[in-house]
Design a protein around this ligand. Structure first.
Ligand SMILES: [Zn+2]
Length: 146
Protein backbone atom coordinates (compact mmCIF):
# COMPACT_ATOMS: atom_id res chain seq x y z
CA UNK A 1 0.00 0.00 0.00
CA UNK A 2 1.24 3.46 -0.83
CA UNK A 3 2.15 5.73 2.00
CA UNK A 4 -0.61 8.32 2.68
CA UNK A 5 0.70 11.61 3.91
CA UNK A 6 -1.19 14.11 6.03
CA UNK A 7 -0.86 17.84 6.41
CA UNK A 8 -2.26 19.68 9.42
CA UNK A 9 -4.51 22.54 8.51
CA UNK A 10 -7.43 24.50 9.83
CA UNK A 11 -10.89 24.82 8.31
CA UNK A 12 -12.84 28.00 8.90
CA UNK A 13 -16.54 27.44 8.24
CA UNK A 14 -19.02 30.33 8.12
CA UNK A 15 -22.08 29.47 10.15
CA UNK A 16 -25.37 31.20 10.89
CA UNK A 17 -27.07 30.16 14.09
CA UNK A 18 -30.84 30.54 14.41
CA UNK A 19 -31.78 32.16 17.70
CA UNK A 20 -35.25 30.62 17.53
CA UNK A 21 -38.53 32.23 18.63
CA UNK A 22 -37.81 32.84 22.30
CA UNK A 23 -34.27 34.18 21.99
CA UNK A 24 -35.20 36.27 18.94
CA UNK A 25 -37.85 38.03 21.02
CA UNK A 26 -35.30 38.42 23.84
CA UNK A 27 -32.63 39.85 21.52
CA UNK A 28 -35.10 42.23 19.80
CA UNK A 29 -36.14 43.64 23.19
CA UNK A 30 -32.46 44.18 24.08
CA UNK A 31 -31.78 45.87 20.75
CA UNK A 32 -34.91 47.99 20.39
CA UNK A 33 -36.03 48.74 23.96
CA UNK A 34 -33.03 48.00 26.18
CA UNK A 35 -35.29 45.67 28.14
CA UNK A 36 -34.45 42.20 29.41
CA UNK A 37 -37.27 39.70 28.95
CA UNK A 38 -37.91 36.40 30.64
CA UNK A 39 -40.48 33.71 30.00
CA UNK A 40 -42.58 31.98 32.66
CA UNK A 41 -43.77 28.41 32.75
CA UNK A 42 -47.54 28.42 33.32
CA UNK A 43 -47.32 25.14 35.25
CA UNK A 44 -44.40 25.50 37.72
CA UNK A 45 -44.19 29.36 37.47
CA UNK A 46 -40.41 29.25 36.98
CA UNK A 47 -39.12 32.38 35.21
CA UNK A 48 -36.35 31.78 32.72
CA UNK A 49 -34.02 34.65 31.84
CA UNK A 50 -32.73 34.26 29.19
CA UNK A 51 -36.14 32.97 28.15
CA UNK A 52 -36.93 29.45 27.06
CA UNK A 53 -39.65 28.41 24.68
CA UNK A 54 -40.34 25.24 26.67
CA UNK A 55 -39.96 24.58 30.39
CA UNK A 56 -37.22 22.00 30.86
CA UNK A 57 -39.00 20.61 33.94
CA UNK A 58 -42.66 20.51 32.85
CA UNK A 59 -42.22 20.28 29.06
CA UNK A 60 -44.93 22.87 28.48
CA UNK A 61 -44.61 26.09 26.52
CA UNK A 62 -43.42 29.10 28.53
CA UNK A 63 -46.21 31.26 27.19
CA UNK A 64 -45.98 34.20 29.62
CA UNK A 65 -43.48 36.96 28.97
CA UNK A 66 -42.29 39.55 31.45
CA UNK A 67 -39.56 42.11 31.90
CA UNK A 68 -36.89 41.10 34.42
CA UNK A 69 -34.11 43.12 36.07
CA UNK A 70 -32.49 45.36 35.19
CA UNK A 71 -30.86 44.86 38.58
CA UNK A 72 -29.42 41.44 39.22
CA UNK A 73 -27.60 39.55 41.95
CA UNK A 74 -24.13 38.21 41.36
CA UNK A 75 -24.38 34.46 41.99
CA UNK A 76 -20.82 33.61 41.00
CA UNK A 77 -17.94 35.09 39.06
CA UNK A 78 -14.63 34.20 37.48
CA UNK A 79 -11.85 35.70 35.43
CA UNK A 80 -10.56 34.13 32.24
CA UNK A 81 -6.86 34.26 31.57
CA UNK A 82 -7.26 34.80 27.82
CA UNK A 83 -9.33 36.96 25.47
CA UNK A 84 -11.42 35.97 22.45
CA UNK A 85 -12.99 37.83 19.49
CA UNK A 86 -16.21 38.17 21.52
CA UNK A 87 -14.42 39.22 24.72
CA UNK A 88 -11.62 41.57 23.82
CA UNK A 89 -10.47 42.36 27.32
CA UNK A 90 -7.13 40.62 28.01
CA UNK A 91 -8.57 38.98 31.14
CA UNK A 92 -12.36 39.24 30.92
CA UNK A 93 -14.45 38.93 34.06
CA UNK A 94 -17.58 36.80 33.85
CA UNK A 95 -20.52 36.85 36.22
CA UNK A 96 -23.42 34.53 36.75
CA UNK A 97 -26.29 36.95 37.33
CA UNK A 98 -29.82 36.28 38.53
CA UNK A 99 -31.95 39.19 37.42
CA UNK A 100 -34.78 40.49 39.63
CA UNK A 101 -37.90 38.49 38.88
CA UNK A 102 -36.00 35.54 37.35
CA UNK A 103 -35.33 32.09 38.76
CA UNK A 104 -32.42 31.29 36.47
CA UNK A 105 -29.10 33.03 35.97
CA UNK A 106 -27.49 34.67 32.99
CA UNK A 107 -23.76 34.42 32.23
CA UNK A 108 -22.31 37.73 31.10
CA UNK A 109 -19.29 40.00 31.20
CA UNK A 110 -18.57 42.22 34.18
CA UNK A 111 -16.99 45.64 33.63
CA UNK A 112 -15.82 48.77 35.46
CA UNK A 113 -14.51 46.59 38.27
CA UNK A 114 -11.81 44.06 39.04
CA UNK A 115 -11.70 40.61 40.57
CA UNK A 116 -10.73 41.88 44.02
CA UNK A 117 -13.82 44.13 44.27
CA UNK A 118 -16.36 41.39 43.48
CA UNK A 119 -18.42 39.57 46.09
CA UNK A 120 -21.17 37.01 45.72
CA UNK A 121 -24.51 38.65 46.43
CA UNK A 122 -23.55 42.05 45.03
CA UNK A 123 -26.14 43.91 42.99
CA UNK A 124 -25.21 44.55 39.38
CA UNK A 125 -26.88 46.48 36.56
CA UNK A 126 -26.54 46.18 32.78
CA UNK A 127 -24.66 48.68 30.64
CA UNK A 128 -26.16 48.60 27.18
CA UNK A 129 -23.98 48.87 24.09
CA UNK A 130 -24.44 52.14 22.16
CA UNK A 131 -24.83 50.28 18.85
CA UNK A 132 -27.09 47.29 19.39
CA UNK A 133 -27.45 44.54 16.80
CA UNK A 134 -29.77 42.00 18.42
CA UNK A 135 -27.29 39.85 20.32
CA UNK A 136 -26.38 39.14 23.92
CA UNK A 137 -23.61 41.71 23.52
CA UNK A 138 -26.28 44.42 23.24
CA UNK A 139 -25.66 44.35 26.97
CA UNK A 140 -22.01 45.40 26.82
CA UNK A 141 -21.46 44.17 30.38
CA UNK A 142 -22.86 44.37 33.89
CA UNK A 143 -21.35 46.73 36.43
CA UNK A 144 -21.64 46.82 40.19
CA UNK A 145 -24.61 48.93 41.25
CA UNK A 146 -23.39 52.07 43.04
ZN1 LIG B 1 -42.39 24.36 34.40
Amino acid sequence: MAEILTHPSRIKVPYTWSAGEALSRFFKALRDEQKILGSRCPKCRKVYAPPKKTCGICFVECSEWLEVGPTGTLISFSQASYSSPAHRSPKPLFGLIRLEGADTALLHLLGETNLQNLKIGMKVVPVFAPNRTGSILDIAYFRVQP
